[in-house]
Design a protein around this ligand. Sequence first.
Ligand code: AMP
Ligand code: MG
Length: 353
Amino acid sequence: MLKRHIYKILLILCCLCLSSCGFGSGSSGQADTEADQARKREFFAMDTYMTFAAYGAEADKALQAAEEEIHKLEGEWSVTDENSEIYKINHSQGEPVTLSQDTARILDFTLEMARQTGGALDPTIYPIMTAWGFTTDENRIPSREEIAALLKNVGYEQVVLNGNQIRLPAGVELDLGAVGKGYAGDLAAEILKDQGITSALLDIGGTIQAIGSRPDGTDWRLGIRNPFGEGQVGVLSVSDRAVVTSGDYERYFVGDDGQVYGHIIDPSTGYPADTGLASVTIIAEEGKVGDALSTAMFVKGPDQAEEYWRNHRDFDMLMITGDGQIWITEGVRDSFTLNDSFANMELHVITFS
Ligand code: AMP
Ligand code: MG
C-alpha cells in the first residue's frame, strides 16, 4: 500500500517534470489545436505507474490499445501472478513448458543479452532476489552460505529454450524484471505506430520510449533524475529513442549494519552490484536493448561499461558515479545539458578514439 502511495507521488512529480521539460500541450506558448493536444493515459502495471501520451486524432484509441497490450504482457510475464507463464515456468520442476510467442521471444532476447554481457544480465537471478527480500519488500541480509548455495541455481546457461519450448532444471527460476518494461515499451510503441501515431512519449516507470519528435518537430526533452536525492541533474534531448535508467535509488534497503543494499545484483557474487555507479542511463533505438543494457552496465561498473560500449557502439550511455561525476558517450554530448543547480558536477565525455 505504502509503495503504491510512493509511486503515486512519484508519478505526480514525474508529470510535473515532464511538463517543466517542455512536454505537454501549451508549453510551446502557441495556441492549442486539436492535433497539438497530448492525449494521456495513466495506469498501474508491472509494479509501476505508467504515463502514455500521444498526439493526433487517433491518439485515444491507439493509447487504449497500447495499454491493453501492457496488461496482456504483464499477465504473461509477472513472477508473482499464478496464471502467468513465468510463474508456470518457475514451478515446472524440470518439466518442459510451451510458451506464447511474446514470452518465447523475450526469453530468447534476454538469453542473447546475457551471453553478450558475459552474464552481467542474468534472468535466472530470481532465487537471489528472493533471498534478499526484494520480491516481498521484507528485506534481509542473507548469510554467505545461503548465497553460495543459491548461486548454484543461478546461470542463464542452464536455461534450455528451443523455439517456444523451455526447460529449466528444478530450483532455477526466472525474473524478467530487468528487461520486461523496456520490451513491453517496444511492443506498445509498435501498436501506436501501427495506428498511425507519429508523436508520443511513453513513460513506463522511468523507462522512456520517445516515438518520433514533439508535434512541432523539436526533440523531446527528458529529465535525467538525480540519483542522490530530489530533482534532475540535467536534460537530454532525443527523438525516436528509448531512454532507460537503472539505479540503486529505485529500490534499496538499509541493513542492520547501516549499509545500503540495492536491487541490482551481481550474478557472479549474489550481492548487490557495488561498482561505484549511482545510475546508468542507456539511450538506444529499442527499449529492450536499453533496459537490458542499463541493468548490465550497472553491474559491470564504469570501466567495463566503457569497454562494452567501445566494442558495440550501437547505443549511448550516461553514467553517474557515486562520487558525483557524469560520464557521457560521444553520441549524446551535444544532447545533454546540466541543470543550473547541478552545474558543479564534473561532466566527462567518453570519445571513440
Ligand atoms: P532494472 O531496473 O531494469 O535495472 O532491473 C532491475 C530488476 O531486474 C531487479 O529489481 C530484479 O528484478 C532484476 N535483476 C536484478 N539484478 C539483475 C541482473 N544482474 N540480471 C537480470 N536481472 C536482474
Ligand atoms: Mg533494465
